[in-house]
Design a protein around this ligand. Structure first.
Ligand code: AMP
Ligand code: MG
Length: 415
């Protein structure tokens, strides 16, 4: 085990080196949103499967409408879903709807607005649609085209394309199950709020926020409960939570006398890979392998737990799900206020990033105590203050990690 505190990048590297993609499962297309494909999908058909009209109007031969106005004989009608009758001959037109197959012989659909819409004969009044409004067979994709590659994430558009190609189930990486065990003598569930009202306990907010984050990252959370700060109940809880692909503990990883998580994990047989990273919040994070599965021990402070989740757990879950783009892209932001930190650590400060004409700007969400979860509530990004320099003036630039794309959204319709 590494005993020195390591950098955030090293911590991430060590965790991800021990994380493997989940096995593959086949799921119905309709429930595959957000999953990563484990197969390459090749089109079995061409779409559209016929030359189709992109207008309501009259299918004609362009050579028939070079001199205008011109009256053509209407020899039939084809609706979307209808079949294309015989080839049209010189001097003929067929009434046609958008999406309907264009009959052989026709290379043009004249929009209805450019005609007198006649039923037995039709007068064509405009030449602008000559050789237009006919979508070629396979305009969208052709039989044999690669529609999606293994490793692509299934988006709503992918679901639409696969549906039109007749793909009803897809092979994807299974979502990991993630057990979460919280520890602390002071912690209760919400249904025991009376104890909080009496001033004796606090709610284990991590027991609620962490499962929400797991779900948000595409994992399946399993509540491993809240355990007391004593080795035997901690051991029981952890053993009971072991049926998972990733084990998360919250609390008890610092240097307090009642911080038993690491020693209990070691007793259970965990191979601890590192303990402590040079970050704030979240310094006491620990990582190991227990019984073949990764274990990430998050500090109990609610902000530390959430920040370390973003830095280390979310990328791990994404990797298990088969993703390759595991990290948010830091955005350069201008500080709206002076920022000062202490200690030789990389700080992740909770900020609100807003867009301005001079680019994104960041202001702190208020107190940066790792106990103040509301600092996280109001934040849409984490300002990275790298190890080294401790003070930054208003107007200077730093980088910020967006939380869930929120800094790229606006209340104003874009123009
Ligand atoms: P620990 O990491 O156990 O030393 O806890 C650090 C701080 O976080 C203490 O103030 C705890 O009361 C608080 N804390 C620990 N676990 C939780 C939790 N599950 N939910 C909310 N606060 C917690
Ligand atoms: Mg504790």
């Amino acid at each position: 085990m590494t005993t020195r505190a390591i950098s955030a990048a090293e911590a991430s590297e060590q965790i991800l080196a021990s994380i493997e993609r989940m096995p593959v499962e086949r799921v119905p297309l309709a429930s595959s949103l957000g999953a990563v494909l484990a197969e390459t999908i090749v089109a079995r058909i061409s779409v559209p499967p016929w030359r189709s009209s992109s207008m309501d109007g009259f299918a004609v031969r362009s050579t028939d409408i070079s001199a205008l106005p011109r009256t053509l004989r209407v020899v039939g009608e084809i609706a979307a879903g209808g079949t294309s009758p015989v080839e049209i001959a010189e001097g003929e037109a067929i009434k046609i709807m958008t999406g309907a197959p264009v009959p052989a012989g026709a290379d043009t659909v004249v929009r209805v607005e450019d005609t007198d819409a006649g039923a037995t004969s039709v007068e064509i009044r405009n030449h602008r649609d000559a050789r237009r409004n006919v979508r070629p067979l396979g305009e969208d994709f052709r039989e044999g085209d690669v529609l999606l590659n293994a490793g692509d994430r299934i988006t709503p558009a992918a679901i639409g394309v696969l549906a039109s190609a007749g793909v009803s189930t897809v092979s994807t990486f299974r979502p990991p199950t993630v057990s979460i065990v919280a520890s602390g003598d002071e912690l209760v569930r919400i249904d025991n709020f009376a104890a909080v009202m009496q001033g004796e306990r606090i709610v284990s907010s991590n027991s609620y926020s962490l499962p929400a984050l797991v779900r948000d990252a595409g994992g399946l959370p399993h509540d491993g409960g809240i355990t007391r700060d004593n080795p035997s109940s901690l051991r029981d809880a952890i053993n009971g939570a072991m049926a998972c692909d990733l084990l998360i503990t919250s609390g008890g990883v610092s240097v307090g006398e009642r911080d038993f998580t690491r020693s209990v994990m070691r007793d259970i047989g965990a191979d601890i890979k590192f303990w402590r990273a040079r970050i704030r919040p979240g310094g006491p994070i620990v990582f190991g392998i227990v019984d073949g599965r990764p274990w990430i021990g998050l500090p109990g402070n609610p902000v530390s737990a959430l920040v370390t989740f973003e830095l280390f757990v979310r990328p791990a879950i994404l990797k298990m799900r088969g993703e390759t783009l595991l990290f948010p892209v830091p955005q350069l932001v201008t500080l709206e206020e002076r920022v000062a930190v202490s200690g030789d650590l990389t700080h992740y400060l909770r900020v609100v990033v807003t867009q301005s004409d001079d680019g994104p700007r960041a202001r702190l969400t208020g107190t940066q105590s790792s106990g103040a979860l509301t600092s996280m509530l109001r934040a849409n990004a984490l300002l990275i203050v790298p190890e080294g320099r401790r003070e930054y003036e208003r107007g200077e630039k730093l980088r910020a990690l967006p939380l869930q794309n929120s800094i790229l959204r606006s209340a104003i319709f874009p123009s």
